[in-house]
Design a binder for this molecule. Structure first.
Ligand code: NDP
Length: 433
């Protein structure tokens, strides 16, 4: 499954059918995934109806692959689900440079989830806090009794702490939810504690629920980029490296830049989280909260240029409570395909891959921004989107794109007018629907 020696040269020029054949040839897909791809039936309407409510259709999105991420010495072929042009191309480009510079190193610091039980109208909060903490081991057993299967899997509740904030007494339950993200597991365990804790504290429960600020599930990805990949000219490469470091510094102090800096990171993270059937709202919420952990919203990644050693180093840390089990992961055949492509990683391995993708995406964006500018690479893809929106067929797309790139104003109106002219020249009906 995790083949380090596959050639991906020319993959982007292949047709979708040829790309699928490439994946099959290198045995990157399970039999079930190959079958789903062959029948084009990725998510049936019946299955979709089982996953959420009021379903009457499904939304399809492009499912792509960014090859050859070298992470902790292991090569991964990474599935991306995104509608945004140039995200996959940028990630693939960055992955190639970083692989040739030695690859990513990732570290999963811990993998536990946190939930909150919040009490109000507690007559004596200090006394209540002491009474609750004195009963910690009994309360942890009660939490585990509420979800015994996670204990059988080697996980379960492991700590309980308390904090007084304004009118509230807040309890934090910490648990290991193993391969699951753990929202339902945590909610079940925490709700089970509400009555016994009210008995001890004498107040009322306001809520008992998971916190998406998963500070006990932090992951760091790091890489070092060889400077000659920034430019063949040594002095120019040093200028680019310094500019990338300055862009990172800017994202630490300027919130307008930090927001866009982090959006670029999530371009990659969300695409893989979505492909892997995980809860991208949860990952986004945790990531953005972590970005303002010291009170100011900052860029999540940092890049440092060491002129003496001629090195550019990147680092990204954020909460990454990913899952390989639970939610709708087992229900969607496209998600199974994504896990197949990644070589069926564990939840912790998946968290590392996704964090590395975020750093790669960030590197690609900063490299483009501080050298050619972001639009150069985007324009061709934007022209293609406009040609397709104007109604160009497969054969018409290339000539429309080529003329659009030369046009003074690249917009839908121009694309439609180019298409009309093209059809007129070819003696076709020039009406656009
Ligand atoms: P589930 O409720 O699906 O629970 C995990 C499931 O995976 C259980 O059925 C468990 O089986 C099974 N499982 C199989 N193998 C393992 C294993 N090795 N380790 C752990 N579980 C295993 O998922 P979660 O509790 O993770 O909840 C995630 C869902 O909750 C997502 O859909 C999310 O969108 C949603 N959610 C998110 C919220 C938030 O982020 N704030 C709030 C509420 C919901 P068994 O029971 O036999 O152990």
């Amino acid at each position: 499954m995790k083949n380090n020696n596959i050639s991906w040269s020319g993959f982007s020029k292949k047709t979708p059918a040829e790309r699928t054949a490439h994946l099959q040839k290198h045995e990157l897909l399970s039999k079930a995934s190959q079958q789903s791809l062959n029948t084009q039936e990725m998510l049936s309407l019946d299955r979709a109806d089982q996953i959420t409510e009021n379903v009457f259709s499904r939304l399809a999105l492009p499912f792509s692959l960014a090859p050859d991420f070298l992470i902790n010495g292991q090569t991964y072929q990474v599935p991306f689900v995104t509608e945004e042009p140039s995200v996959v191309a940028a990630a693939s480009f960055a992955a190639q440079i970083i692989k040739r510079s030695g690859g990513f190193t990732v570290q999963v610091h811990n993998r536990q989830m946190i939930s909150q039980l919040v009490l109000y109208d507690v007559p004596d909060k200090e006394k209540a806090k002491k009474a609750i903490l004195a009963e910690k081991s009994r309360l942890l057993s009660l939490a585990n009794q509420a979800y015994p299967s996670i204990v059988k899997r080697g996980g379960g509740a492991c700590d309980l702490s308390a904090e007084i904030k304004d009118d509230f007494l807040i309890l934090y339950l910490i648990a290991d939810t193993k391969e699951a993200m753990g929202a339902n597991i945590m909610n079940t365990m925490t709700e089970a504690l509400a009555a016994p804790i009210e008995d001890l504290a004498g107040g009322q429960t306001l809520m008992a629920v998971l916190s998406n600020y998963a500070t006990q599930a932090l992951v760091t990805a790091e890489c070092e980029v060889k400077l000659h990949f920034l430019s063949r000219n040594k002095e120019q490469a040093q200028v680019f490296a310094r500019k990338i470091a300055l862009a990172s510094q800017l994202a630490q102090i300027d919130v307008y830049r930090a927001s866009t800096h982090n959006k670029g990171i999530f371009n990659g993270i969300d695409a893989v989280v979505l492909a892997a059937g995980n809860d991208w709202r949860a990952i986004e919420a945790g990531g953005h909260t972590y970005a303002c952990k010291d009170g100011q919203y900052r860029g999540l990644s940092t890049w440092t240029y060491d002129a003496g050693n001629n090195s550019l180093k990147g680092s990204l840390t954020l909460p990454m409570p990913t899952a390989t089990k639970g939610g709708s992961i087992g229900l969607n055949p496209s998600v199974r395909l994504a896990h197949d492509l990644l070589g069926k990683p564990s939840a912790q391995e998946l968290a590392g891959i996704i964090t590395a993708v975020g750093l790669a995406q960030n590197f690609a964006a900063l490299k483009a921004l501080t050298s050619t500018g972001i639009q150069a690479g985007h324009m061709k893809l934007q022209a293609k989107s406009l040609a397709l929106s104007a109604g160009a067929s497969e054969d018409e797309t290339a000539p429309v794109v080529s003329q659009l790139l030369k046009a003074r104003h690249m917009n839908l109106e121009t694309a439609e007018s180019i298409l009309r002219m093209l059809r007129k020249q070819q003696g076709q009906d020039s009406s656009l629907e």
